[in-house]
Ligand binder design. Structure first.
Ligand code: ATP
Ligand code: MG
Length: 385
C-alpha cells in the first residue's frame, strides 16, 4: 500500500506522542479498490489542541468538530479527532459532537460501510462493518439501520446515489427503501450541500445511477421542488469530460435552467455558461456566418466549441465540424465586436455625431452591418452609413 510520506509522518508524529492515528474514509476505500486517492484523511485519538501542538503549520479548519488541516509545502491533510455525533436536529446536523478515544466509535458514525474502514501499519485494517466485503461485492450499505442513518442526516440519501455513480456500486435494497420513505427530509438540506453532491454524481463514471434519483423520488428534492423534465436514458448514455457540458445535458429540458442553477447556488460563471448552452442547444444548424458571429458575441470560441460538443451528443450531425472550422476562422479573421470595428465613438464625435445613448446605438448598428458584410469595415465607408 503506497501511503504518501507526509501522511506516514503525520501518523508517526501522533503515535510518537502517545496517540493513535489511522487513515480513514475515502482514501482507504480507494486504496482497497486499487485507485489512487484524491486526498488523505487521518483520524486520531489526539484532541485538536494536541494535534496543533505537534505540527508547525496548521489551520483550524473545523476545530469545534475536531478537524485541523496540517500543511506540508503545498500539500494539506485533514486530521480529525475521533468523534461521536450527538443527537441529530432537523435531519441534517448533530446537536453536539463528542470526542472519543476509540476508533470503532468514530467509524460507526460514518455513512456507509465502504467509507467506515481505518488503516495503519501497526493494526492493519480496522473494519468493524465489513466494508472490505462490501467493496468486493460492490455495495453501498449503510452503517447500521438505513432509516435511522438517513433520518439523522438526509444528505446521506443523495450521497448513496453519488457513490453508486462514482464507484459503480449498487445501493443495497433496504437503503433504497429508506430513501423512498424519507426523501422529503431532503427539504431541510442546504442547496450548497446538494449541489456539491449533484456535481460529483454527474461526474461519476457510472452515470446509470442517476436513474436512482428518479426511481426513488429523490430527484424532486434535489431540484428544490421541481419535476425532472428530461430523458435520463439519453443523459446517461453520454459521458463527456467537461462539467458544464454534463450540467447542460442534465438540464437541457429546463426552460428555467438559470433559475434552477441559481436555486442550487451555482457560481455565476457556471450559471451563465450552462444556461447559455441550454438556450442555444435547440438552435438549428447549419448557421450562416452572421449567425455564428451573433453567438460569438455572447460566448468565447472555447465555449462555442463546447456547445457544439453538446449538440453533437444530443443531435449528431455532420455539419457541426464544419461549423466549428467556420467559427474559428471568424474568431481569428472577422469583426464581430465593437472593439474590432474600424470606427469608434471618437471618430463619430469628430464627424459631429452627438455623444450619448444614440451613439451607442449607432455603433451597434454599424457593427451589425459589418457583421453582415465584412467588406464595409473601413472608416471611410462606415462614416457615410
Ligand atoms: P471523495 O473521494 O469523493 O472525497 P469521501 O469518502 O472522501 O469521497 P467525503 O465527502 O470527502 O467523501 O467524506 C469523507 C468521509 O467522511 C466519508 O468517507 C465518510 O466516512 C465521512 N462522511 C462524510 N459525510 C458524511 C455524512 N454526511 N454522514 C456520515 N459520514 C460522512
Ligand atoms: Mg474526501
Amino acid at each position: 500500500m503506497q501511503i504518501p510520506k507526509h501522511v506516514n509522518k503525520i501518523i508517526a508524529t501522533l503515535e510518537n506522542a502517545g496517540h493513535e492515528a489511522f487513515i480513514v474514509g475515502g482514501c482507504v476505500r480507494d486504496i482497497i479498490r486499487g485507485v489512487v486517492p484524491k486526498d488523505w484523511d487521518v483520524a486520531t485519538s489526539a484532541l485538536p489542541t494536541e494535534i496543533k501542538g505537534l505540527f508547525i503549520r496548521s489551520i483550524d479548519t473545523g476545530i469545534r468538530h475536531g478537524t485541523i488541516t496540517i500543511l506540508f509545502g503545498k500539500n494539506s491533510y485533514e486530521v480529525t479527532t475521533y468523534r461521536i455525533d450527538g443527537e441529530y436536529l432537523d435531519n441534517r446536523r448533530p446537536k453536539s459532537v463528542t470526542f472519543t478515544s476509540e476508533i470503532e466509535k468514530d467509524l460507526s458514525r460514518r455513512d456507509f460501510t465502504v467509507n467506515a474502514i481505518a488503516y495503519n501499519s501497526n493494526r492493519g485494517f480496522v473494519d468493524p462493518f465489513d466494508g472490505r466485503g462490501d467493496i468486493g461485492r460492490g455495495l453501498i450499505k449503510c452503517v447500521g439501520d438505513p432509516e435511522s442513518r438517513f433520518g439523522e442526516d438526509a444528505l446521506r440519501m443523495l450521497r448513496a446515489v453519488r457513490f453508486a455513480a462514482v464507484l459503480g456500486f449498487d445501493v443495497c435494497e433496504n437503503a433504497i427503501d429508506a430513501i423512498c420513505l424519507l426523501k422529503e427530509n431532503m427539504r431541510d438540506i442546504s442547496s450548497e450541500r446538494i449541489r456539491e453532491e449533484l456535481c460529483k454524481l454527474l461526474n461519476g463514471k457510472f452515470p446509470n445511477a442517476i436513474k436512482l434519483l428518479q426511481s426513488t423520488g429523490l430527484m424532486y428534492y434535489v431540484l428544490r421542488g421541481r419535476e425532472y423534465g428530461g430523458d435520463l436514458d439519453r443523459v446517461v448514455l453520454q459521458l463527456s469530460s467537461s462539467e458544464n457540458v454534463r450540467l447542460a445535458l442534465f438540464f437541457s429540458w429546463a426552460k428555467d435552467c438559470e433559475e434552477i442553477l441559481r436555486d442550487l447556488r451555482f457560481d455565476n460563471k457556471t450559471i451563465r455558461t450552462v444556461s447559455q448552452y441550454v438556450k442555444y442547444l435547440p438552435v438549428k444548424t447549419p448557421l450562416c456566418r452572421y449567425e455564428i458571429k451573433k453567438i460569438l458575441r455572447l460566448m468565447t470560441i472555447n465555449n462555442f466549441e463546447e456547445l457544439l460538443t453538446l449538440k453533437e451528443i444530443v443531435t449528431p450531425s455532420k455539419s457541426l465540424k464544419e461549423l466549428l472550422t467556420q467559427a474559428r476562422d471568424i474568431e481569428k479573421n472577422e469583426c464581430y465586436t465593437l472593439h474590432d470595428l474600424a470606427i469608434n465613438g471618437n471618430d463619430l464625435a469628430a464627424a459631429g455625431f452627438p455623444r450619448g445613448k444614440a451613439m451607442g446605438e449607432k455603433l451597434e448598428s454599424l457593427l451589425d452591418a459589418v457583421m453582415r458584410d465584412p467588406s464595409l469595415n473601413t472608416k471611410e465607408q462606415l462614416i457615410c452609413l
